[in-house]
Design a protein. Structure first.
Length: 250
């Protein structure tokens, strides 16, 4: 907690106090940094952009990964183990490997500097992660439940949404959390694939150097506000995360 406390204290100090004296509490308490973050058009839109493409990424990842994980957990088909391993290799590759292909592709189709561009780029890593986590949870659900539902006349979509999905809600919560965290803190792809309209807050924070040097108080304030969405997500899915670590593949 010490780095977080120190970051919070820096956000409530002036740059002069940060650089001149060592204090555990601000001598001249100020909220000017927070006012600037929420009123300066170069800062606040970054949070909106980050939230938009992260939400898109989580929704796309779960929509694609849920049926894929179900197929891996319930069916045996030609090359299933090889395909599953190939999915995991995407997680092992560094994002820098895919920078040039994504940049060239998005430039050619007009997706450069859009929210969906970053969201789709992140799915290259979050979808395999989501499939891997969800498959572990789904494999723990007995197949007899599926067979009983089909005998009772349930169609697959109705069975999956009304019966199966509630049984693995802890896995869905854990998966959403990890997809969110990856997309929220990822910087390399987000910085390369955006310039103005969809520039996230993480990129804005790396461009705070001016002729007078770093604005330490403003940077600390942006850091504190960047921690808030992650803390909120953890709060809402905390019970699912605890069950996920105990029961799932995480």
């Amino acid at each position: 907690m010490l780095p977080i406390y120190w970051l919070l204290m820096m956000s409530l100090k002036t740059n002069q106090e940060i650089l001149s004296t060592f204090t555990l509490w601000p001598e001249n308490l100020t909220v000017a940094n927070y006012v600037k973050i929420f009123t300066d058009p170069t800062w606040f839109p970054g949070y909106i952009n980050s939230t938009l493409y992260v939400a898109m990424n989580v929704v796309i990842s779960l929509t694609v990964a849920l049926p894929a994980a179900y197929a891996f957990s319930r069916y045996n088909f030609l090359g299933d183990k090889h395909l599953f391993f190939w999915l995991l290799t995407n997680i092992m590759a560094p994002p820098a490997v895919f920078l040039l292909p994504f940049f060239e592709l998005y430039q050619s189709v007009g997706l450069y500097d859009t929210h969906i561009a970053v969201a789709l780029a992140h799915t290259l890593f979050t979808v395999p992660l989501a499939v891997w986590i969800l498959e572990g949870f789904m494999s723990g659900v007995p197949k007899e439940i599926d067979e009983t539902a089909y005998l009772d006349g349930y169609s697959w979509p109705r069975f999956f949404i009304t019966i199966f999905l509630p049984l693995i809600r802890s896995g869905v919560g854990v998966t959403a959390f990890f997809c969110f965290m990856f997309s929220w803190v990822e910087l390399l792809l987000a910085r390369t694939l955006t310039s103005v309209e969809a520039k996230p807050i993480a990129v804005t924070m790396t461009r705070t150097v001016s002729a007078s040097g770093l604005d330490w108080g403003l940077l600390a304030t942006a850091g504190i506000l960047t921690l808030v969405p992650g803390a909120l997500v953890i709060w809402f899915v905390r019970k699912h995360i605890a069950r996920g670590f105990a029961l799932g593949r995480v």
